[in-house]
Design a protein around this ligand. Structure first.
Ligand SMILES: [Zn+2]
Length: 164
C-alpha cells in the first residue's frame, strides 16, 4: 500500500501533463525509515523520449547527495506513459532493478487520456530479466474531491480515500 498526500499525487500528474508527449520522471522523498513521502523532486528525462525514460545521471547524483545530507530516502520513483497504460514495461523493470531502491514504490502515471490521468503503484523486485511486478493500492491522504479525476487502478475497490 502506498499512502501519499493528494498534493504529491497532483504534483506528479501536473509534471506528467507538462512534459507530455515526452515521458516525465521524478521522485517523492521523505525522512529515512519513515516510508512517508514529503517532498516532490521532478527530474529530467535524459532520454527525452515519448516511449522511454532514464534519469539524468548527474542530476541523480545531486539529488542523492542532497537526500543523504538531509537523512532522506526515495519513497516513490515515478514516470509517465504518454500513449499506453500505467503499467511498468520490461525496460522499466530493468531500470528499477538498476536503481536498487528496496522498499520503494514505483508509480506510473498515464497521460494517454486528456480528461483523466491514470495513476497506479507497484513494487518491483528481482533482477531485470526476472522482475516481479506487484500492483498495490494507493491511499490518497486528504481532499478526495481533488483526485476524483484520476483513475487509480483497474479495480476501484483497491483505492482507499482517507478524508483528513
Ligand atoms: Zn515506462
Amino acid at each position: 500500500m502506498l499512502r501519499v498526500a493528494h498534493e504529491l499525487v497532483e504534483a506528479m500528474v501536473a509534471h506528467a501533463r507538462a512534459d507530455h508527449p515526452e515521458e516525465a520522471c521524478g521522485l517523492l522523498v521523505g525522512p529515512e525509515g519513515s516510508g512517508e513521502a514529503l517532498r516532490h523532486v521532478p527530474m529530467t528525462n535524459a532520454a527525452r523520449s515519448t516511449t522511454f525514460y532514464e534519469f539524468d545521471s548527474e542530476e541523480w547524483k545531486q539529488v542523492y547527495d542532497e537526500m543523504w545530507a538531509n537523512d532522506e530516502e526515495v519513497v516513490v520513483a515515478y514516470h509517465s506513459h504518454t500513449a499506453t497504460e500505467a503499467y511498468p514495461s520490461r525496460s522499466d523493470a530493468g531500470i528499477a532493478a538498476s536503481l536498487g531502491l528496496p522498499g520503494a514504490h514505483y508509480v506510473l502515471v498515464s497521460t494517454r487520456e486528456s480528461e483523466q490521468a491514470e495513476v497506479r503503484s507497484f513494487t518491483i523486485a528481482g533482477d531485470a530479466a526476472d522482475a516481479e511486478i506487484t500492483e498495490e493500492p494507493i491511499e490518497v491522504l486528504g481532499a478526495p474531491d481533488a483526485v476524483q479525476t484520476y483513475r487509480f487502478a483497474h479495480t476501484p475497490e483497491q483505492t482507499v480515500y482517507d478524508c483528513r
